[in-house]
Design a protein around this ligand. Structure first.
Ligand SMILES: NC(=O)c1ccc[n+]([C@@H]2O[C@H](COP(=O)([O-])OP(=O)(O)OC[C@H]3O[C@@H](n4cnc5c(N)ncnc54)[C@H](O)[C@@H]3O)[C@@H](O)[C@H]2O)c1
Length: 128
């Protein structure tokens, strides 16, 4: 199983304070990867539990993935803290779970802004 090990690799995940992103972070940490999470929402104790369960390094960076400035600053901090970025999973998303015609403009803008407007995160993380 050693060939599947991600020991000493760094995985950067967006939207991993909870939900799918957190589940992906758990799987990567189980394989030995160190975890850096970018999210606008606070992770509560979920990332502490990840660290305890898998014995990997875990860090949280409060970041809006639609802001190139914020993602760039987080990437810089991750490189200082972890050295490299080896894996990127973009799971940040907005789920309002309401019919389109009954949704507010604010909710629709947030949904498109994050789910489609993820290019700052893609390019800032991808270039490293
Ligand atoms: N859960 C599913 O079964 C499923 C299925 C298909 C697609 N999706 C899509 O996958 C994405 C994630 O789904 P989920 O169920 O994990 O949702 P979730 O709401 O549980 O988690 C989304 C995470 O993204 C974060 N986030 C939102 N806006 C952000 C921003 N601007 N910057 C940084 N982080 C931000 C939230 O704080 C949250 O932690 C969504 O776009 C959803 O539509 C989910």
């Amino acid at each position: 199983m050693d060939q599947f090990s991600l020991k000493d690799k760094t995985a950067v995940l967006t939207g991993a304070a909870r939900g799918l992103g957190l589940a992906f972070a758990d799987a990567l940490a189980e394989a030995g990867a160190n975890i850096a999470v970018l999210d606008v929402g606070a992770p509560g104790d979920s990332l502490d539990k990840l660290r305890e369960r898998h014995g990997v390094r875990v860090a949280f960076y409060k970041t809006d993935v639609t802001s190139r400035e914020q993602v760039g600053a987080a990437v810089e901090a991750i490189e200082k803290e972890f050295g490299t970025i080896d894996i990127n999973v973009n799971a940040a998303g907005v789920v309002t779970d309401e019919p389109f015609l009954r949704s507010t403009d604010e909710n629709l803008s947030a949904t498109f802004g994050v789910n489609v407007g993820v290019h700052p995160a893609l390019s800032e993380i991808g270039r490293h």
